[in-house]
Design a protein around this ligand. Structure first.
Ligand code: PMT
Length: 328
């Protein structure tokens, strides 16, 4: 850990530390060099090809309570938004960096990993000759998913990278966005991860497992610095940045989404409510507000709202590349 070189507390009255100071005070994940090497190779390949690239963050971060972590705080996100979106971006010709919470939903695989009543082995039937086949009732839909998956892999359109903890996520977000910055306007950042707003700095954490014999546990959590600020103004300054805003009180959704846009100065905030996030989202840009909702008929046909979100973003990205604005 590097020594502190500046005042750790920003003058905002809330005691929130500056993002730079956060990186000085916390240890990077051990696999950061490997993460960077894989990403650099992927970006190099797609820079040469002239592809557009999207960096998707997906799933929730954990907040460890002990340095040798037995317990942690988690959140609800299972990575559905990110995993579904990755498939539609690939369909639109994008190369996708899928930075996801380890073991959360993954593009293509998700079709077979989220049924609470069915696991991997339930899709298979043993054959008399000792081989295994996919159960014929699942084969027609599985072959379609498999073909798309294999095409994405063959054409090197998908890079899977993972994180678990909040520091893991933040170090990789910084490193990843800085690497992608060389693609300038051709890179899009699609920040769908549910990132904890509170954490315990490692110097304040118990080293070992918190013991129950010490009685009831009282936790004090510090506020996580606002990383969108340096991301927008420094790390990924030329890319198209799309953040999400999640609320449970619908009166707050649009004002808070717009507030985020004004505060960080990026291009798009997509507002979604916890309970309706799969049916309705609101796009907020500097000069516009647009609700995208699935009709009853679309819902009955299991249409995924990401099939409407991604084409909308591709159009915005077209404008961004052409004119540096979200609308031409
Ligand atoms: O995964 P699912 O179960 O499908 O759920 C999808 C979702 C509801 C999690 C997703 O659609 C969503 O809304 N993600 C953002 C939720 C969130 O954490 O919002 P926020 O207000 O805390 O953060 C705002 C934005 O900044 C987010 O894009 C977040 O990824 C990003 N952020 C937040 C904090 C931080 N320290 N760094 C960040 O980059």
């Amino acid at each position: 850990m590097a020594a502190l070189t500046s005042d750790p507390i920003l003058d905002n009255g809330l005691g929130v530390i500056d993002p730079d100071v956060y990186f000085q005070m916390n240890k990077p994940p051990a696999n950061l060099p490997e993460f960077e090497a894989k990403l650099k190779d992927f970006v190099k390949l797609h820079e040469a090809k002239g592809s557009r690239l999207v960096f998707i963050t997906s799933g929730g971060t954990t907040v460890p309570l002990e340095n040798q972590t037995v317990r942690f705080i988690d959140n609800f996100s299972n990575g559905n938004r990110g995993a579904v979106s990755a498939e539609y971006f690939i369909e639109a010709g994008y190369a996708v960096v899928f930075m996801h919470r380890q073991f959360s939903l993954q593009p293509y695989q998700r079709h077979y990993t989220q049924d609470p009543n069915k696991g991997f082995l339930d899709y298979l039937v043993p054959q008399p000759d000792g081989s295994i086949k996919v159960d014929p009732q699942y084969a027609p839909s599985m072959i379609k998913v498999l073909e798309k998956y294999q095409k994405a892999i063959r054409s090197n359109q998908l890079l899977l990278l993972d994180f678990v903890t909040l520091p893991d996520y933040l170090f990789k977000l910084q490193a990843g966005t800085r690497i992608l910055a060389q693609l300038q306007e051709r890179a899009m950042y699609y920040l769908a991860a549910a990132v904890s707003d509170f954490f315990i700095p490692s110097q304040k954490m118990n080293e070992h497992k918190i013991q129950s014999r010490e009685g009831a546990l009282t936790l004090t959590l510090d506020q996580v610095p606002k990383f969108l600020k340096p991301l927008v103004s420094v790390w990924a300054a030329k890319g198209l940045i799309v953040s999400f805003k999640l609320e449970t009180d619908d009166k707050l959704l649009v004002p808070k989404a717009r507030n985020a846009l004004t505060r960080y100065g990026h291009q798009v905030v997509i507002g979604n409510m916890l309970t309706t996030r799969k049916q309705t989202v609101t796009f907020i840009t500097k000069n516009s507000e647009k609700v995208i909702s699935l009709s009853k008929d679309q819902q009955a046909k299991d249409v995924e709202i990401e099939s409407e979100i991604i084409p909308e973003l591709v159009q915005i990205h077209d404008s961004w590349i052409k004119s540096g604005a979200t609308q031409v």
